[in-house]
Design a protein around this ligand. Sequence first.
Ligand code: GDP
Ligand code: IMO
Ligand code: MG
Length: 422
Amino acid sequence: MTTLVVGSQWGDEGKGKIVDYLSCKSDFVIRFHGGNNAGHTVINKYGKFPMHLIPCGIFNPKIKAIIANGVILDLEVLKSEIEALEKAGITLKNRLYISPRCHLIMPYHKILDRLYEEAKGKAKTGTTGRGIGPTYSDKVSYNGIRITDLLDSKVFREKLRIQLSIKNRIISALGEKPLSEKLIFEKFLIYRKKINPFIKEPYPIIENALKDRKNILLEGAHGVFLDNDWGTYPFVTASTVLTGGVTAGAGIPAKSIDSIVGVVKTYTTRVGAGPFPTELLDKDGEKLRERGVEFGTTTGRPRRCGWFDAELIRFASRINGYTGIAVTKLDVLDGFKKIKICTSYSLSGKKVRYFDGDAKFLANVAPVYKTLRGWSKPTKGIKNYSDLPKEAKDYLKEIEKQVNTKIQFVSTGNNRNEIIKL
Ligand code: GDP
Ligand code: IMO
Ligand code: MG
């Protein structure tokens, strides 16, 4: 089985939790896009880990983890993530493979990310500041530096020299201090030493795993509405979040994917700027943020919170071809007297769809709500569907009906084992 896990909203749906759970039965786990703008939380018997680059499935001691070519790498972050796992007793030797095709997030990318945001002022995207947009821009405009370049000191130094001759001019023009080629070069040689044992072209490993029908888990990052093409542009990220990103980002044929699981929070959150039709700016929004501990795993920013938006998830399910969904954070809704689901959008009295317009359009649509009764009995840690309160079952059934996709898993807590399998 090849299973793909996709974030279905604006990120932070609980992908880390679901991937950690599913990895128990997997032979391989693969990240195929994005960078350390992702922050996937894993809580299991080894402790609590905010994972940014290394696939969350690494905690299954039998699994092999692959950072495939579509991922962009900040080597400082990767180095400290490797060190944190080693300190926790997780062996990475002969278990972690990093594609030499991965592009590097360079120090100038992070500075440019900030400078672009500052220049845009109120119109800024609210990026994570990790240099994601500028790194992917350099990748597609043939100005990127890859791991394979770093392996050859002469090639790396020359590419760095050329890039700095361009980037330093931009950085200086925008009032910042130019960067030192020597300092960056020396720093990257230290990173290279740390990651060198893990660099290996993963394509033949993946090819054989597919041939041998191994269990492969693909760990998506971010969320559908941050997708560079189908998200709320320009309030998006730079990579392809959708199912289609797997072939380019990991070298896996689309027809090899057997199961596509959309991860869906029982409410909606968003970090950064951009339209959010069901956003709550009232006490309910605050309650969701507090109870759900909705603060960014990567940046610590408070997440904007709102009701479940079925119009979004219907679209996410169709465009990705979900075979099922994993609904997370049911326990966060415990104690709400009334719970709302946005069933559709209206604009000037007419029903409209997500894809009818752009971000400006979405900022003006009005959510049409259906109100359901909440439940008072706690659902935290429940493992059997039959133990759920009737109102919680009704809420889940309504989600399934609205989204027209089967619920495969219901998560009832942040720990690996707090889950209902349907
Ligand atoms: P990801 O980026 O999609 O992996 O999600 P994050 O890790 O950024 O944010 C999800 C947060 O919710 C993390 O703190 C998880 O530990 C937590 N979480 C995941 N599933 C559940 C759940 O079912 N209930 C509760 N209360 N917390 C959960
Ligand atoms: P995970 O994988 C939540 C958002 C940023 C910003 C926009 C662009 O943990 O779900 P970027 O730094 O990518 O250029 O920022 O995208 N963003 C995320 N929000 N979770 C994420 O990842 C995100 N990755 C990017 O907040 O609005
Ligand atoms: Mg996250």
